[in-house]
Design a protein around this ligand. Structure first.
Ligand SMILES: O=C1O[C@H](COP(=O)(O)O)[C@@H](O)[C@H](O)[C@H]1O
Length: 249
């Protein structure tokens, strides 16, 4: 484990880590380490309050972790599962983030969890954003983030339309127009957590795989330029807790 990022705390003068990098030897260890960490956060929260809340990303990276997590013996009936972001696709579309969550996580032990997909037939994007913000009134316990090779996280893309408005929004979720952003691929219309929404989450994991993504993340840290590298938003928390980055080659 490598501890990194070190602005000094004003009160103690001790360095405060903004992220902790966990380097794993292979995919299996990465998978189980991340799943065990998420399960531990949920279990702890379930001892303190009636329900816990888990927010998940989509994409090609986190599937194995969700699958492993589905085998955790938790009181899943008391867990609400929401999304960090969603492409403007219905949940039964295999390219939607909801589809990934349903097929990889909401199985086995985790089947009884309460899932909140963002999109629904007949719901327009404003309605979907309003519903996501209503769910977000309850603070999430833990969130899982990914990162694209362009440095985007959630659906916060470098050079997306209305970048300033989105990044400064005081709402947890907003609609995204990422037209012209290559990283958004064929889904420029999206819904995403904002930096404000991300900062409210005490436990944040960033799942990375491969040399390319590690190099992108390190380049982002060195640059410190949030506009070019929106993934940097995951470092900041109102709780003062570090981002846990799990990586394997
Ligand atoms: O489009 C998205 O991409 C990111 C990163 O995905 P990956 O395939 O590079 O792992 C993902 O975190 C996000 O949820 C998704 O909407």
């Amino acid at each position: 484990m490598v501890d990194a990022g070190s602005p000094a705390s004003a009160r103690t003068n001790m360095p405060v880590a903004r992220h902790v990098l966990h380097v794993h030897p292979n995919r299996e260890v990465w998978t189980w380490a991340a799943a065990v960490s998420i399960a531990a956060d949920l279990r702890r929260d379930l001892t303190l309050q009636p329900r816990a809340r888990l927010l998940l990303s989509g994409g090609t990276t986190p599937g194995p972790v969700y699958h492993a997590l589905s085998q955790a013996p938790l009181d899943w009936e008391r867990v609400d599962v929401g999304l960090v972001d969603e492409r403007w696709l219905l949940p039964d579309d295999p390219e939607s983030n909801a589809w990934l969550v349903r097929h990889e996580l909401l199985q086995d032990h985790a089947a009884p969890a309460h899932f909140e997909p963002m999109t629904q037939a007949g719901r327009n994007i404003e309605g979907a954003v309003a519903t996501a913000n209503a769910h977000a009134r309850r603070e999430a316990t833990v969130a899982v983030f990914g990162m694209g090779d362009d440095g985007h996280t959630a659906s916060l893309f470098p050079a997306m339309n209305d970048f300033e408005r989105v990044m400064k929004s005081q709402r947890d979720y907003v609609a995204i127009d990422a037209s012209g952003c290559p990283g958004a691929r064929e889904w420029p219309r999206r819904i995403s957590l904002t930096p404000h929404g991300i900062a409210r989450i005490p436990h944040r994991l960033l799942l990375l795989h491969g040399e390319r993504k590690r190099a992108v993340f390190e380049q982002a840290l060195v640059s410190g330029d949030l506009e070019r590298w929106p993934v940097l938003t995951t470092l900041d928390s109102d709780h003062g807790t570090p981002l846990h980055v799990h990586w394997y080659e």
